[in-house]
Design a protein around this ligand. Structure first.
Ligand code: UT7
Length: 370
């Protein structure tokens, strides 16, 4: 593997989490579960649920606009928009195309990236390649999900885990030292069906039979996925560090995919890395798939856990089975987050009109609206 071309920096960051909260107590009323079981097995206490007027694109656009502002850029400075998601608004057009329209960018190329929970990290790696090659100067990378729309709220093995949200970063060319130092990406199809969404694609197009069999919801073999996650997150982290020429002692903060606090603790243990240098926010959001790493990154910066010169390791794992890790030196001023303080859902313009007939709120969650 050739050494990474440097000069690619994370210059902007932003996130958006919907305001509705689904707690463990709420889930206790929906399936046979309890707060004690959920907290002890997963660390999750609550998750966010997108509102009836929100979609993956609308949340992605707010996170993206915040990242652009933090970078000190205008939407039109962005040359490429990448959205990692497994819950696009539609199979086509891409969610990235909707985001481009919503943020008012006129000239960027825009495309989605399907790598499930590794979507943001794979998007970061792709953005890095575009910037390093000179094909783009500024790339907007977003991880965004509306998992509540494909979660089976009658399946206690999965419905306790997932939540909605979006996170974004801008990668930019710069001659400064630091920035991206090492990248690893792996895909292991031997575990492709450990976590999957069976119907709605070309293999099982929507039919009465697929609807009746609840095949439009995520399915997961939890215990097998768990074991693969701990193993793969560790090996991917080590590989990215090796490519960066770094050791774990050089890392100030690990920001892992937030699937389950026990998976994160298992990762830290396998690496012999202290948990106080691992960022965890799964308790407040659950597993938000591609949104999880950038949401955690945003909270880590906001919490003062990231300073100029810090070396971070971002690492993710997801369906595919995909896994990716990024070692980077943080070069931005965390105070730049203030530039995005006033940006909210009212600042993006998703084309109105298409939501009403085709986007019913998940029936199992309608009570949340009352
Ligand atoms: O983004 C990456 C993809 N996803 C993941 O990373 C998730 C990976 N997997 C996990 O996080 C864990 O496997 C789970 C949290 C999903 C499950 O934890 P576990 O320790 O592997 O439990 P289990 O599936 O082995 O189930 C243990 C018991 C079972 O009962 P029996 O058969 O021992 O009587 C389950 O039926 O717990 C039961 N159970 C529940 N009980 C209360 C399963 N789900 C629940 C629940 N509430 N929600």
């Amino acid at each position: 593997m050739p050494r990474l071309v440097s000069g690619v920096h994370l210059t902007g960051w932003g996130a958006y989490a919907p305001s509705q909260i689904l707690t463990n107590a709420d889930l206790e009323r929906m399936v046979e579960t309890n707060d004690e079981w959920i907290v002890s097995r997963t660390g999750i206490r609550e998750r966010r649920i997108a509102g009836p007027d929100e979609t993956t694109a609308s949340m992605a656009a707010v996170a993206g606009l915040r990242a652009i502002a933090t970078a000190g850029l205008q939407p039109d400075d962005i040359d490429l928009i990448l959205v990692g998601t497994l819950t696009p608004d539609f199979p086509m057009p891409s969610t990235a195309a909707l985001v481009k329209g919503a943020i008012g960018n006129k000239h960027a190329a825009a495309m989605d990236l399907a790598a499930a929970c590794s979507g943001f990290v794979f998007g970061y790696a792709t953005a890095h390649a575009y910037v390093a090659s000179g094909m783009a100067k500024h790339v907007l990378v977003i991880g965004a999900e509306t998992l509540s729309r494909c979660t089976d709220f009658t399946d206690r093995g999965t419905c306790i885990l997932f939540g909605d949200g979006a996170g974004a970063a801008v990668l930019s060319a710069s001659d400064e030292p630091g920035g991206t130092l090492g990248i690893e990406m792996t895909t292991d199809p031997s575990g492709a069906y450990l976590i999957w969404l069976p119907a709605g694609g070309s293999s099982r197009p929507a039919s009465d039979a697929t609807l009746g069999a609840r095949e439009h919801y995520m399915k997961m073999k939890g215990t097998e996925t768990y074991k693969m996650a701990v193993r793969t997150l560790g090996s991917t982290s080590q590989a990215a560090l090796k490519k960066a020429g770094l050791g774990l002692d050089d890392i100030d903060l690990v920001i892992p995919h937030q699937a389950n606090v026990r998976i994160i603790e298992g990762l830290a243990k396998s690496l012999d890395f202290p948990m106080d240098k691992v960022f965890v926010n799964v308790g407040s959001y659950g597993n938000t798939s591609a949104a999880s790493v950038p949401l955690a990154l945003n909270e880590a910066v906001a919490a003062g856990r990231v300073k100029k010169g810090d070396r971070l390791l971002l690492v993710a794992f997801g369906s595919g089975l995909t896994s990716g890790a990024i070692a980077l030196e943080w070069t931005a001023d965390p105070a730049n987050a203030a530039r995005a303080a006033n940006i909210g859902p009212g600042d993006v313009s998703i084309q109105p009109g298409y939501l009403e007939p085709i986007n019913p709120f998940p029936p199992a969650l309608e009570w949340l609206l009352k």
